[in-house]
Design a protein around this ligand. Sequence first.
Ligand code: ADP
Length: 547
Amino acid sequence: MSEPTRRHDEVLADIARFAGSSLELPEVLERIVERAAALTGADRASIWLLDRGEHRLLPSALFGMDSAFTDEWKRHPLPLAEERLSQQVIASGLTTVVEDATADPRTDKASVEFFSDQSILVVPLARRGRVIGTLFVNHVRQRYHFTEADIETASTVAAQAAVAIENAQLYGEARRLADQLHRSFRHAGEALATGADVSANLEHMLQLAVETTGADGGALELLEEDHRTTYAIAQAGHAPDEGVARSQFPLQGGDGLLGTLELWRAAGPFEDDERALLAAFAGHARSAIEHARLYASLQEERKRALQAERSQAEFSSMISHELRTPLALIKGYSATLLRPPAPLAPERTRRFIEGIDSAATRLQRLIDNLLSASRLESDMFTISPQPLEVRQLMQRAVSAAAVLDHERDIRVNLPEGELWVLGDADQLAQVVENLVSNALKYAPGNDPVYVTAASEGRRVRLSVTDTGQGIPSDALERIFEKFFRVGEGAGHEETAGRLGTAQPRGLGLGLYICRRIVQAHGGRIWAENGSAGGSVFHVELAARAGT
Ligand code: ADP
């Protein structure tokens, strides 16, 4: 191999090496124009790239002028329409030789004169059949005859330059995409941290993926909880035309498939590198969705914890109020009764003693309920079932509750004959007493409260009916939850508004205790709204043959 040929091959290999490297594109192109000039003995060489719209030539690398000139030169793209030589090369995709630049009609005479150009070789930079720019090799002052070898060398250099450009574009685009994705994920992360709409962020990210790959459109579909149907959480671009190439990427979550990312492009299927990018995007989308879900469930948990905390706090303040009020009454009445010297009129004395009695009952009921609640929650909760006669049970409970409101008409309606159940007398009496005192409390006024017992086949049903405000239908079940009170706590603003603020005070424990006791007896308790307003509470227990 001759020395010049070896040198020639070395230089080409050198170009190939840095064309494939991840050097910055301007640097690669600079080295290429320098080598192109050296290999063809030219005075100047330059590379021009077509802009995206293919209307302008962007001056991209220049060898043969000083750096100040080169910097300035790079700032002035040329309209393709005014560059006949470039136009011809780009349109034909063929290498073109201009032997005499001063005479050739295709050259720009001002430029030729400025640079003293004599002979020019123009090689198209082509990639996958598409011309993306040109390589100019110029001899100045002296005419030069480009040889076949020169043309071939310049073509090889141009091919390497095209590869370098494509690499750099892919690399740059991948980096830009990565940057954009990174940025949008940071936004998404920030947005998620403040609970903002995750689907808007996914939509933004999908839009980026569509733009970066030149897709016509895309969609992110998530699986419903049934794992069969899907719904679109984000869409970008336009809907796919019939028969258009589509690519799908699974969103594989930790617990299985979350959904799919799909993109479509009429211009042709996605290349391997684009698919790799989209798969990475699917991965990001998946983690955004998983984070959002995790965040939502954490929020939910936090809300519950806050609610529980608030219920506890409300409970504590309520309980001290509930304990203090009857105590204050007892204290007030007894202090008056004990005050010397004048004795009170017998009628007033009786009223005061009744007041003390009723406040003490209230206190006792409260303490009973508190003790029951804590007992119900400990392992110490047991029932001692005995055969109980319902009439006695009801009367005991009703007279205990009646102390709260001596004036009130409580109508007890029991069937002829005896009804028996098996249960714990104290606990079942507490259930009926709680229901009757609620009726007196939540249905104030003079309307009677009805207490009935009836045999229902092999069951006995006890019911307490009032004519109060009734219970919102969405609370009929929840009133049996611990601490639940209609119109209190989060989510009850509406019912609170409906009922006004003058709700009787309470702890939200009574019905919870009732349900626990009834369930421990194998029975059922529920509430309904009466057809004429007011509420009806039913307790159903297994009947037992009389003894
Ligand atoms: P408390 O009466 O101490 O609030 P309960 O567990 O006995 O606790 O009752 C829970 C809630 O159910 C009450 O706060 C009230 O909103 C509702 N409620 C209970 N009984 C009635 C009734 N007879 N009429 C209307 N609402 C009722």
